[in-house]
Design a protein around this ligand. Sequence first.
Ligand code: PA5
Length: 430
Amino acid sequence: MSSLVSYSSERLGRLHDDAERIVADPAVAVATQSIRERSGAGSEMLGWLDLPSKRDDLSRLIDTATSLREEIDTLVVIGIGGSYLGARAVLEATAWRRDGGPTVFFAGHHLEGQELGRLLKSLEGREVAVNVISKSGTTTEPAIAFRLLRKFLEDTYGPEKAAKRIVATTDAQRGALRTLADQKDYVTFAVPDDVGGRFSVLTPVGLFPLAVAGCDVQALLDGAAAEAARCLEGDAAQVPAVRYAALRHAAHLQGSAVEVLASFFPSLHSIAEWWKQLFGESEGKQGRGLFPAAVDYTTDLHSMGQYLQDGRRILVETFVDVADPPAGPVIPSDADDLDGLEYLAGRTVDAVNREALPAVADAHGDGGVPCQVITLPDATEASVGSLLFFFEFAVAVSGRLLGVNPFDQPGVEAYKTNLFRRLGKPGFAD
Ligand code: PA5
């Protein structure tokens, strides 16, 4: 299938031989097999493996999204972490595919009052719907945003119409949001028990807001399914996501501390944000794991470029490229050439961008940074779906190689509990 992403380790430099050795190590096949067979630590949270082909509730989801879309001009998606990053990532990466449709705002992912106030103000006079997403149904940031947005909807449209403009995505049975949604008779979608927040983009957590926005969610799932087929069968050493996981492990063993995900496409910025959560929460435990950092090129070459080129050699750099990006403008000719740019006249901006990746990879490689490239054929929903599953499978194998449970997040819970205690939530006092 043409939407599959590809992985190249040609520029790994000093890590190349180590990575090849680790790919061939039986431990990699064992780690891959444990995910395929659903065994090992956290195996009860492997429901994401089935999501690309599991389409039980998909027609209700698409029907609900389609009729809501006809009524509104604005969708506010409330959620944090795994309950918003995936939708935002896909939405931004594929924005060029949509013309019209509701404006999408994200809320509930921070606690800055003025920002929330500004959002509420900007909603006045619009036809607004809210999709509130929280697996636990108790997270502070989205709960506060939802209380404010709910009041806005009820004050603006009255309680009955407001209830029709709210869709809740949460646990099928538990949590405050489930109780509230049932009492108020909101349309709801369930987050499966066996899928953690950061693996939930292909559940209604990601799919519902994407469908309202006009994304082709079937194509997203098809792309993920194609990648899943590649990951779940055959010789592990030939699976690109496994090879990427092995490289990360080689880097970790050699003392690297940071993996920098770099793309030359601002539209992929939120893909990197999603990736940071996926790898950070899955691997950052027991004092282990590469710190996942991200840069936007060429912008950050003018701020972080110096460190990448010449700072502490604790980095590996992973480029996310798009082979056939959406077309942009051509650089116009100007006979005066006062800006000295005539040598670029007639080329597209993207053609200039295309030269930047090898220029940077060569420079950073010369500076001692092992580089690797993951390439999407294009920025369609199918290719993005393939990329999402690629990273999910890779982090599962990588976590196994690292000897951690890649499917829990005890550190996130610690912060949530501390905040409840400091705020005086009943049941959480000292
Ligand atoms: O991965 C995780 O578990 C977290 O990042 C959650 O996604 C995040 O804290 C939001 O949790 P919830 O969906 O329960 O509100």
